[in-house]
Design a protein around this ligand. Structure first.
Ligand code: NAD
Ligand code: ADE
Length: 497
């Protein structure tokens, strides 16, 4: 299939949105001018699993300008801008994404974006949250397990599957789950493993061939980076990885200043609520939490935050926020926002005790910060869909809560994500990371690295003119005095911005 988008007729609108946003992304536009003529990504097949927004369309077209052959899927079922997706598909770049995918469709899209017309996989991955990386790692694990089961006489006898020629002859998904020893799976895990099952049934060595081909991944976000470091620590990382998130010009800009603009955008588009005078509770005061808390205060909410880390909690105090627990805020807050990248932050029990008409939403990467599945199966709870991505849940005692984007990223599910200017910083890092991975493909090891500080400073430099900023130049004497080079880097690696 060449592409799958909501409606290809939206392409003209998408193109106009892209053209309007391009001047807001000076880093990407200058990357095209500076590196485009040399085509440093020539020959590279790049698969992207990252929100298919207008800003991402400009990233995709930059990667193409650098010479890459690109295919794309979104990393979230609600985050696609259908017009942007159509505009990219119309240029001939395969896109598999639409707003409102099911989880089954989501994993199908991811696998389609990963499969070139010759049936083989990508050379490089742009990942956001780690799902593309996860598919290859879990797929390879399954492929190896099936091969081991086939070899294992004991299992053959005990399970009575000696006639099985794994995995092509697997009869159905249940068969596969039994052999894999997969117990109770969530809907999300079921969809992931179903994709792995159908892939292996058709092509038993797909994942080992794909894993051998991939030369690297550049990871966009905090949660995806955590997953990469966990794989690296276990010695299971299959290919080199660049941690884009921890470029200063990514996490200290996108995560803070991006969320500072797009959180409230999402809440307002979803609910039209007046924020001034409301009590808002932000779970987590890391980078995203800092941006969210500040924007709610700017909108004249009273803001409290929660933290597990005493340093972040003290930072919140110094910024003038109250620090408390979710439990203590249940009868106080009108709005809860989760920003932790952790699980079970707002439980179904919490929601059962909240004030009437409390708004509950999440801006962390995955949907397990809020216990949505448990909410949906809470005895006697009634779900009323207000409009796409806005649901009212009424408890048996009569109080209701409003859940936005089914507990998935509210800024991308209910609005259009961060603005272009901040995404230009993130995505310029992505381009630099992809060029690094491709250039070093013959020698790089399967480990997680960050981009050098020179490049981080370069990304910032590319965005200064648009803000009308004029840098001061160090004299040689000043540079020597503080022990840096006249042209940077200006800070040691341990400096915290
Ligand atoms: P971070 O590590 O800087 O912040 C998370 C904070 O949550 C930490 O300070 C941590 O101590 C705190 N925390 C963890 N468990 C907690 C708990 N039980 N209660 C209270 N606090 C707790 O990470 P970040 O960069 O702020 O990213 C947070 C999440 O947002 C990640 O999932 C990331 O991938 C995602 N993200 C989303 C967007 C977006 O556009 N929606 C943008 C960037 C990052
Ligand atoms: N993450 C946050 N905002 C985004 C956007 N506008 N495009 C892609 N990824 C994003």
């Amino acid at each position: 299939m060449k592409y799958k988008v909501k409606d290809i007729k939206l392409a003209d609108l998408g193109r106009k949105l892209i053209e309007t946003e391009e001047p807001e992304m000076p880093g990407l536009m200058q990357t095209r001018t500076k590196y485009g003529p040399k085509k440093p990504l020539k020959g590279a097949r790049i698969m992207g699993s990252l929100h298919m927004t207008v800003e991402t369309a400009i990233l995709i077209e930059t990667l193409k300008e650098l010479g890459a052959d690109v295919r794309w899927a979104s990393c979230n079922i609600f985050s696609t801008n259908d017009a942007a997706a159509a505009a990219i598909a119309k240029t001939g770049t395969p896109v598999f994404a639409w707003k409102g995918e099911t989880v089954e469709e989501y994993w199908w899209c991811t696998k389609e974006a990963m499969t070139w017309p010759d049936g083989k996989g990508p050379d490089l991955i742009v990942d956001d949250g780690g799902d593309a990386t996860l598919l290859i790692h879990k797929g390879l694990e399954a492929e190896r397990r099936l091969a081991a089961v086939k070899e294992s006489k004991v299992v053959k006898e005990s399970k009575g599957i000696d006639s099985l020629k794994c995995p092509k002859d697997l009869k159905d998904f249940k068969d596969f789950k039994d052999i894999m020893g997969l117990g109770d799976l969530s809907a999300e895990e079921t969809a992931l493993y179903f994709t792995i099952f159908t892939t292996l049934k058709k092509s038993p060595h797909w994942f080992s061939e794909a894993a051998a081909r991939v030369k690297g991944v550049s990871e966009e976000t905090t949660t995806g980076v955590h997953r990469l470091y966990q794989l690296e620590a276990k010695g299971e990382l299959l290919f080199p990885a660049v941690n884009v998130n921890d470029s200063v010009t990514k996490s200290k800009f996108d995560n803070i200043y991006g969320c500072r603009e797009s959180l409230v955008d999402g809440i307002k588009r979803a609910t039209d609520v007046m924020l001034a005078g409301k009590n808002a509770f932000v779970c987590g005061y890391g980078d995203v939490g800092k941006g969210c808390a500040e924007s709610l205060r700017e909108n004249h909410c009273r803001v409290r935050v929660s933290e597990v880390d005493p340093i972040c909690a003290l930072q919140a105090c110094m910024a003038g926020f109250d620090v408390g627990t979710v439990e203590d805020a249940l009868r106080w807050a009108n709005l809860f926002v989760t920003t932790t990248g952790n699980v079970d932050i707002i439980t179904a029990e919490h929601m059962a005790k909240m004030r009437d008409r409390t708004i509950v939403c999440n801006i962390g990467h995955f949907d397990d910060e809020i216990q949505v599945a448990r909410l949906m199966s809470w005895p006697g709870v009634k779900r009323t869909n207000i409009k796409p991505q806005v649901d009212k849940f009424t408890f048996p005692d009569g109080h209701s809560i409003y859940l936005l984007a089914e507990g998935r990223l509210v800024n991308l599910g209910c609005a259009t994500g961060h603005p272009g200017f901040v995404m230009s910083n993130s995505f310029t890092n992505q381009c630099l990371a992809q060029m690094k991975l491709w250039k070093e493909r013959a020698s790089a090891k399967p480990q997680v690295v960050r981009l050098p500080k020179e490049l981080d400073e370069e990304v910032a430099r590319l965005h200064l003119a648009a803000c009308g900023a004029k840098l001061t130049k160090l004299t040689k004497r000043q540079a020597d005095y503080i022990g840096v080079n006249v042209n940077g880097p200006f800070k040691p690696d341990y400096y915290r911005y």
